[in-house]
Design a protein around this ligand. Structure first.
Ligand code: ADP
Ligand code: GN1
Ligand code: MG
Length: 370
């Protein structure tokens, strides 16, 4: 996206709070995330590192101190442990004053990461190798953090993957929404009520303590893994929502995007489906990384977590549509409704394929333990 000259000087001014040679930096918009504004910063000259400059979405993350403290603690833990692969998570660059972010006089919050060079991210998985690598990376992320003192990371967004919470926010939106949007989303609203009754079971099991609390990523979209040219996963990024959670949510959210054959906002619903070959490849990598720590309870509910998280995402997009698009960045008319429809169709497909997913997980785990 084109950046206007006055913006460049504003960005360079911000960048100068972090690094010395900001005045000649080339700055371009990058990424396809729904939350922050992300810019690639290129510094001319040999051996110069590039950076990722991000304007933090302060509305989504009101407690920027907590957000950045969590990321700092977790990335330090991983980078110390992962000496051989220093780029497994991006390194945060502090400001010259030693802070984890810079707040401008106008109230904007900015942070800087070291750019992981020669890396690419995918919005759609191109082959099974990419899926297996992504599964292995997300599994490894949880495994590395399994000895991290969980009480030191406070939830940055409360009840983030709680269906009860998401359903309550949906019901509130129903009361506040205008007639036009209520009408347009009529069919999806009915579906939401029906699916809620079926899928709340997983959260009830969580409340009974069936799944251990772990430090999890909580935003395991496929485009939050970076790959090298050989399609090896080299990094897990977008650590904003790293906090106590359950492994099932990371698995379900990863499959929601990794095994989906169409985009998250696909308008042709006939194209929306789950690819079981990709599901198997991802699961194989994930289980291999977690083979020493995964519990029988977690294993049993991995396939069900796909429907659970897919429904939560559909419900969140639908809620945002009813709220006049205040949370997710939208790029076209009815974008959030389009996303909700695609997620609800994906939910139909994952529900249909539940027993086949169960067989695959069982087979993979048996192979691992034999
Ligand atoms: P959002 O929360 O908006 O999704 P992300 O932190 O995921 O923001 O960043 C958006 C995109 O920017 C990523 O998908 C990736 O392509 C790129 N990106 C972010 N951080 C890095 C990094 N440290 N190195 C290389 N690319 C990055
Ligand atoms: C948002 O930042 P991004 O685009 O990776 C959202 C996730 C959703 C995702 C859906 C903090 O993630 O929870 O799963 O969109 N992040 C937040 O695409 O709400
Ligand atoms: Mg992202």
């Amino acid at each position: 996206m084109e950046i206007k000259p006055f913006e460049i000087s504003h960005f360079r001014e911000i960048l100068s709070k972090f690094i010395e040679n900001a005045s000649t930096a080339r700055i371009t918009r990058t990424g396809s995330g729904h939350i922050h504004e992300t810019y690639l910063v290129q510094i001319s000259g040999v051996n110069q590192n590039d950076y990722i400059l991000q304007k933090i979405n302060h509305r989504v993350f009101p407690d920027v101190d907590l957000l950045m403290h969590n990321i700092y603690r977790v990335t330090n833990h991983i980078l110390l442990r992962e000496k051989a692969t220093k780029t497994f998570v991006p390194e945060l660059i502090k400001t010259k004053a030693g802070n984890l972010f810079h707040k401008t006089a106008g109230g904007e919050y900015w942070r800087l990461y070291r750019h992981i060079s020669d890396s690419i991210s995918y919005d759609i998985v191109p082959n099974e190798k990419v899926a297996a690598e992504a599964g292995s990376a997300y599994g490894r992320f949880i495994e590395i953090l399994s000895d991290f003192p969980i009480q030191e990371i406070k939830p940055v967004i409360a009840d983030f993957h709680s269906l009860e919470n998401r359903y309550a926010l949906f019901q509130y939106a129903l009361q506040k929404s205008g007639q036009q949007r209520l009408k347009e989303a009529g069919e999806e609203i009915l579906l939401a009520h029906e699916w809620y009754k079926k899928l709340i079971v997983l959260e009830e099991l969580e409340k009974e303590g069936k799944f251990p609390a772990r430090i999890t990523h909580n935003d395991t979209k496929i485009n939050n893994v970076l790959f090298n040219r050989q399609d090896e996963a080299i990094s897990v990024i977008d650590l904003d929502t790293v906090m106590p959670g359950i492994l099932l949510h990371d698995f379900g959210d990863a499959i929601r995007t990794a095994a989906a054959v169409a985009a998250e906002d696909e308008e042709n619903l006939n194209r929306v489906d789950i690819d079981l070959g990709i599901f198997e490849a991802f699961s194989k990598g994930f289980l291999h990384s977690l083979r020493k720590v995964i519990t029988p309870g977690e294993l049993k509910y991995l396939p069900a977590s796909v429907s659970y998280i897919t429904f939560i995402m559909g419900l969140r997009f639908l809620t945002d549509f009813l709220n006049n698009d205040i949370y997710f960045a939208v790029h076209k008319e009815k974008h959030n409704l389009i996303r909700a429809r695609a997620q609800f169709r994906l939910l139909d497909r994952s529900d249909e394929k539940l027993s086949r997913m169960n067989s695959i997980i069982q087979k993979l785990f048996n192979n691992l333990s034999s």
